[in-house]
Design a protein. Structure first.
Length: 464
């Protein structure tokens, strides 16, 4: 038997009011919708959100994984492999098979299905930062987020019973290589010919393999931004006793590859041990996975707190600026080229991606960048937390979200480092405030698109 061992989720702080889109473009377009959608900060992308979600999993479990899959339809890089960057930031075992999975939001469940079938210790991380045309329905209904799931042999939170993945050349969304925006086809056709035909077929096959009747299912988790489609699938598949999970569309939006796992996190407290669950998704076919709930699922938390802790944003232009759809004047200090120092990044990968310092075990002195030899030991910093020692809020230095905030941070356990502060509330930080560390984009070369990553400090709600 194999199972889902743990689930993690990450939502950016910002929540853009959909009404702000209407206020900006209502004279030109309609149908921007109600509620909120998540909005990634300028230095967040699919890699950083996937890392953030995985860091919400138990750290000890990550050291036993054998495979890592990053599922995203919005990878920062066509080359190099994005999963390799994720692997480095999470400090995973050196001998770990990494791969990118893309092309469909169903990529997450396809990777999870394969992992559950072979029983290997697998980490599947998923994240998307969708880009759509300004004022479009796709822009309004989208959301930015990350999610992660750890699968392996033996019992867990959700014990795997059976699954089915069917493939079909049903192209309801397409984006040519090099194109910025995807093209969506007509909703009614997608619903009637896609959701209501392919998904019930996959669910029926998965249930037959699990030896369960349709009326034995208690919960259906199915991402779908079309109102009422999940309930229609319940009827079409004969799941008469199944409760569709909340779609999160009014609070988060449709987060693509991450959304099935986000919905699972949201509904987990309502799933009792022994109840049966179908986790399904549509996209160039359909996947349906059948589980029996184990112990501990009802204690899974974190997503509700992230939803409730969002920061409402009413400036629609930030979405355009953060997604490089706004050609704004960066000023003299913004006209620089990011050095494409791939060799430096590789030689110093443990420090840059893993955020590992050196420590003298005799004196307790912490050194960053790390120094090899001399009896020094590796000293990971990412999970230690710290305290703001000094804070500068700089309106003269270039920033994609002024002001540029930086200062000295004292690490718990020793060490001090000059760091960037990030997230919308960075200007509110003051000396003495507790901080934690997040993996983010450091800078982006506007000419080549090359981006560098490093760790930054954000406010920590927990005491230092």
């Amino acid at each position: 038997m194999s199972s889902i061992k743990s689930i993690g989720a990450y939502l950016p702080q910002l929540r853009l009011e959909r009404s702000a889109i209407g206020q900006a473009l209502g004279w030109l377009t309609t149908g921007t919708g109600r509620g909120l959608r998540t909005l990634a900060f300028w230095d967040e992308d699919s890699v950083t959100m996937a890392v953030a979600a995985a860091r919400n999993l138990p750290a000890k479990d990550l050291q036993a994984i054998e495979t890592l899959t990053l599922a995203t339809t919005t990878p920062p890089f066509a080359e190099p492999q994005n999963a390799a960057l994720t692997h480095a930031a999470l400090r995973l075992p050196r001998y770990c098979c990494t791969q990118d999975a893309t092309g469909t939001p169903r990529a997450t469940l396809l990777a999870l299905h394969a992992a559950l079938e072979n029983g290997r210790n697998a980490l599947i991380v998923a994240a998307d930062k969708p880009v759509a045309k300004a004022g479009s329905a796709a822009e309004s209904r989208a959301g930015d987020a990350g999610a992660a799931v750890l699968a392996g042999a033996g019992d867990g939170l959700l014990n795997y019973l059976a699954g089915a993945s069917l493939s079909a050349p049903f192209i309801h969304r397409s984006r040519a290589t090099g194109a910025t925006f995807p093209l969506d086809w007509e909703d009614r056709w997608i619903r009637e010919e896609g959701y209501l035909k392919l998904l019930p077929e996959a669910i029926k096959t998965a249930l037959e393999r699990a030896g369960l009747a349709p009326d034995a299912i208690n919960h259906l988790i199915l991402p779908c931004a079309m109102a009422g489609a999940a309930a229609s699938v319940v009827r079409a598949a004969g799941l008469t006793n199944a409760r569709p999970a909340p779609d999160l569309n009014d609070q988060v939006g449709d987060t693509g590859t991450a959304h099935a796992l986000l919905m699972l996190c949201a509904v987990a407290p309502q799933i009792a041990p022994g109840e049966t669950v179908v986790l399904a998704q549509f996209g160039q076919g359909a996947t349906a996975l059948v589980f029996a709930a184990g112990e501990g699922l009802q204690q899974l938390g974190g997503l509700k707190e992230q939803i409730d802790g969002g920061r409402v944003e009413t400036c629609y232009a930030k979405l355009l600026a953060f997604s490089d759809q706004l050609d704004w004047d960066r000023g003299l200090r913004g006209r620089y080229i990011v050095p494409e120092s791939q060799s430096t990044a590789y030689r110093n990968a443990e420090a840059i991606f893993g955020f590992v310092a050196s420590r003298d075990p005799h004196t307790g002195q912490v050194i960053f960048p790390p120094t090899a030899g001399g009896g020094l030991e590796p000293w990971p910093l990412a999970d230690r937390g710290g305290t703001v020692a000094t804070m500068t809020s700089d309106l003269l230095a270039f920033s994609r979200h002024p002001p540029n905030c930086y200062g000295l941070v004292d690490f718990n356990g020793g060490g001090r480092l000059m760091m960037d502060f990030t997230d919308p509330d960075a200007p509110d930080l003051a000396p003495g405030d507790p901080v934690r560390f997040v993996f983010r984009v450091k800078d982006i070369d506007a000419h080549s698109g090359y981006r560098r990553y490093f760790w930054k400090a954000v406010r920590d709600a927990a005491p230092a």
